[in-house]
Write a protein that binds this ligand. Structure first.
Ligand code: CAP
Ligand code: MG
Length: 407
């Protein structure tokens, strides 16, 4: 039998294959380039192994079923993916492994992935998801509105908690640690959580229901201990930077029955993978894996309204909310350079199932944190009611002051 990874036109059973779409830049013909990927990531290597029997190839060989323009679609047999030991790391070692380094390819980008039910069901998926977050916050329809405590680092626990109290008093539903703050000497995790928990209780007594996501990004073997510490001190939500912690770190939290709070998933470092249109891994793929691993809310970008390079927000959002073998939909988070003046523009794209976050857009308000929070809430109310921010600002001072400052 000739070993040929090309199976153009073959219709693969989605229950039996992990199906990936790659964008390829190469001097090779696109079919050959696709075959090189399928070969390297399944049963082949640079030369034909004498030990590669027809039977092994037939059972475990990947298939190039489409090759058109600069896109190839490759199916990897479900049997190639490991059972109990292996997890998302082993999935990535196949679909996003050596292929990125093949010298015959000038660039290759994993654009999309679909996984069979049997594989997805091995993972926890979101415990809360969109509806769970809405239930916790008693906010059935409107966007969640949050802040990131700024400066990113440096505030001691007392001042940190005061920021959260002011933000909650201004009506925000969420606040969070920034992605670089974990357990530094100037703001130890244990004390920060304890103080924030106190102000969240106070806010609740004052009819302001709010949760704060504490960043426990740390080594995989310490992450459950970090979660225990935060939960013992009253944490109502946890956060990890999924790409630095790893999908497995997130999964460990989602699978642990004692971690019964929503998991906020930041995507720091994603730009190293997602930014180059000709090489890397797309944000929709990161979204699929983060959902499988159990994130309840995931940063997807600001649909062009913010400061960060973005693309595929709508695709990433769809991956978070579309049917995926019964996994709960995940709350898309928009963050980065947002302020009351751009909320309308954002919500036109995001819709209402979004967690809108502003760090500088709250902390930079001329009249302080509480006014910054109110301005964000007012901007969301305006957009939700279909009123322009400018019109709404006529009789909402905090919003007016924000627009004067940033528009
Ligand atoms: C936003 C932020 C967010 C990033 C996340 C920051 O602060 O806290 O981490 O924007 O970006 O550190 O920059 P600002 P993304 O509101 O002050 O910009 O969601 O694209 O991963
Ligand atoms: Mg940040």
């Amino acid at each position: 039998m000739t070993i040929d990874y090309l199976a153009l036109g073959e219709v693969l059973d989605p229950d039996e294959y992990v199906i990936c779409v790659y964008r390829v830049k190469s001097d090779l013909d696109i079919r050959t380039a696709g075959s090189r990927i399928a070969e390297e990531e399944s049963t082949g290597t640079w030369t034909h192994p004498t030990t590669l029997s027809d039977d092994i190839f037939r059972r475990y060989g990947a298939k190039v079923v489409e090759a058109d323009g600069d896109l190839v679609t490759i199916g990897y047999p479900l049997v190639d993916f490991s059972g109990d030991i292996g997890g998302i790391p082993q999935i990535l070692s196949i679909v996003a492994g050596n292929l990125f380094g093949l010298s015959s390819l000038k660039g290759v980008r994993l654009e999309d992935i679909s996984l069979p039910r049997d594989l997805v069901e091995r993972y926890p998926g979101p415990r809360f998801g969109i509806q769970g977050l809405r239930d916790v916050l008693k906010r059935p329809e409107m966007p969640l509105v949050g802040t990131i405590v700024k400066p990113k680092i440096g505030l001691p626990p007392k001042e940190f908690a005061e920021y959260v109290y002011e933000a909650g008093s201004g009506g925000l539903t969420n606040s969070k640690d920034d992605e670089t703050l974990v357990d530094q000497d100037f703001c130890p995790l244990e004390e920060r959580v304890s103080r924030v928990s106190e102000v969240l209780d106070l806010l609740e007594e004052e009819e302001h229901l709010m949760i704060h996501a504490h960043n426990i990004t740390t080594s995989a073997h310490e992450i459950l201990e970090a979660a225990d510490l935060a939960l013992e001190n009253g944490a109502r939500q946890l956060m990890v930077d999924v790409l630095t912690v790893g999908f497995s770190g997130l999964q460990a939290l989602a699978e642990d029955p004692s971690v019964d709070v929503p998991l906020h998933v930041h995507r720091a470092m994603h730009g190293a993978l997602t930014r180059d249109p000709e090489h890397g891994i797309s944000m929709p793929v990161i979204a699929v894996l983060s959902r499988m691993a159990g994130g309840d809310a995931l940063h997807v970008g600001t649909y062009g309204a913010g400061k960060m390079h973005g693309e595929n927000e709508l695709l990433s959002r769809d991956k978070l909310v579309e049917d995926m073998h019964g996994l709960k939909p995940v709350m898309p988070v928009s963050s980065g350079g947002l302020h009351p003046g751009v909320v309308h523009q954002l919500m036109e794209k995001s819709g209402n199932d979004v967690q809108i976050q502003a760090g500088g857009g709250v902390a930079g308000h001329p009249d302080g944190i509480r006014a910054g929070a109110r301005a964000m809430i007012q901007a969301v109310e305006a957009a939700y009611s279909g009123i322009s921010a400018e019109e709404y600002a006529v009789d909402h001072l905090e919003l007016r002051r924000a627009l004067e400052m940033w528009m």
